[in-house]
Structure formats: C-alpha cells, structure tokens
Design a binder for this molecule. Structure first.
Ligand code: UP5
Ligand code: MG
Length: 188
C-alpha cells in the first residue's frame, strides 16, 4: 500500500500585487470547499492586535518589505493544522526562496503553484482603484511601486524555481474574473 500522504493537498497561489489572488481564492473556496489562508491577511491580523511585533509588521507592509519568514510560517502552520478541508490554498506565500525551502522542510509538501500572470500597468490600475476604499496602508502609489520591486526581485525567483521543477500552472490573470476562475477550475 502507498504510505500516507504527508500533504493536505496544499496549493500555493502566487502572483504580483493586485493580480487577483484573493479574489480567485474566494471563488475556489465557494466552488471546491477548500480552505483559503492569505499570508497577507494573517499578517494584517497581527498588525490589528497592536503588539510590538504587529507594529514592526505594519511598518514592513507599508514599505512593501517581506516580513521575516518564521513569523509568517508560524501563522500559516497554525492555520493549516486547524484545517480539515479537502484542499488548502496558501495565498501570497512563499515570497522568497528561503521561505519556500522552510515550508517544504518544516510544514508540508505541496501539489502545485498557481501563478497569476499580469502586467504591472493592470495591477497598478486595480490597486489604485481598490485603494479608494480598501483602507490598506499599502494601496498608495509609493507603496505599490515598492511592492512591485520586491515582487520582481525577490518573489519571482520562487516562481522560476518551481517552474524549472515543472510545478507551476501559469494563468492569464488579465481576463475577466469569471474567465480566470473557469481556467483555474480545469486544473482541479
Ligand atoms: N480584480 C481582481 N481580479 C480581477 C480581474 N480579473 N479583472 C479586473 N479586476 C480584478 O485583487 C485586487 C483588485 O483587483 C481588487 O479590487 C479586485 O476586485 C480586482 P485581489 O484579488 O485583492 O488581488 P491580490 O493578488 O490578492 O492583491 P493583494 O494586494 O492582496 O496582493 P499582495 O501580494 O500585494 O498582498 P498580500 O496581502 O499578499 O501581502 C501584503 C504585504 O504583506 C506584502 O507586500 C508584504 O509586505 C507582506 N507579506 C509578507 O511579508 N509575507 C507574506 O508571506 C505575505 C505578505
Ligand atoms: Mg490578496
């Protein structure tokens, strides 16, 4: 018999700021009864707690910097441990190569990466629009530019690393929301 699978059918959902990760994960939760854990949302919860660590995280988010991986990894591990869903979507993590290695070593194997491919002009347009009402401290043009830089320099290498291992499904994230969802559902 096959040994028990260590993975809980974990999927990484990656892509630039504003590429639609959160939007599509919400759709997949509806259609597939998966759990969705957004690393950014978990970190923003920490900021809301008002702790010293929360303050530090808040400053890093505004600067588009990547929070030390052990913090995010602990938050995600707790969330995943509490999940009984048939699949788990990890949105916006890992954001740098070291985090990818730590997750695979310390938390779990994963099935594949969904990569939302979207040009910066479109992502910028979406984020500036959302910034009118989101209340997010990083939805302003200064923070958005910093987030783009971090994505290109530090997070894209994670996607390239998994691409080279044949573990990435690239999605055209410029299409209308429901078209993107349909394209993703074909993969499950
Ligand atoms: N929209 C979505 N899809 C659309 C479509 N197909 N057509 C037209 N419009 C579409 O979407 C963004 C906006 O676009 C929305 O208004 C939506 O309606 C519209 P959303 O689904 O929110 O996109 P998403 O990719 O989730 O964008 P988000 O801003 O959340 O991405 P980020 O990766 O920037 O944010 P995240 O929350 O993951 O991280 C924030 C910060 O936290 C990071 O910059 C970093 O400082 C920190 N962080 C870490 O340090 N470590 C981590 O592991 C994670 C985060
Ligand atoms: Mg998001």
């Amino acid at each position: 018999a096959e040994p028990a699978k260590p993975s809980k059918n974990i999927y990484f959902v990656l892509g630039g700021p504003g590429s639609g990760k959160g939007t599509q994960c919400a759709k997949l939760v509806e259609k597939l009864s998966f759990d969705h854990f957004s690393a950014g949302d978990l970190l923003r919860n920490e900021v809301s707690s008002g702790s010293e660590q929360g303050k530090m995280i808040g400053e890093m988010i505004k600067e588009g910097k990547i929070v030390p991986g052990h913090i995010t990894l602990d938050l995600l591990r707790n969330a995943i441990d509490g999940s009984n869903a048939p699949g788990v979507l990890i949105d916006g993590f890992p954001r740098q190569l070291g985090q990818a290695g730590s997750f695979e070593k310390e938390v779990s194997d994963f099935e594949f990466v969904l990569f939302f491919d979207c040009p910066e002009e479109e992502m910028e347009r979406r984020l500036l629009q959302r910034g009118k009402t989101s209340g997010r401290s990083d939805d302003n043009i200064d923070s958005i530019r910093k987030r783009f830089n971090t994505f290109v320099n530090t997070s894209m290498p994670v996607i390239e690393y998994y691409e080279a291992k044949g573990k990435v499904h690239k999605i055209d994230a410029t299409m209308p929301i429901d078209t993107v969802t349909e394209a993703i559902l074909k993969l499950f």
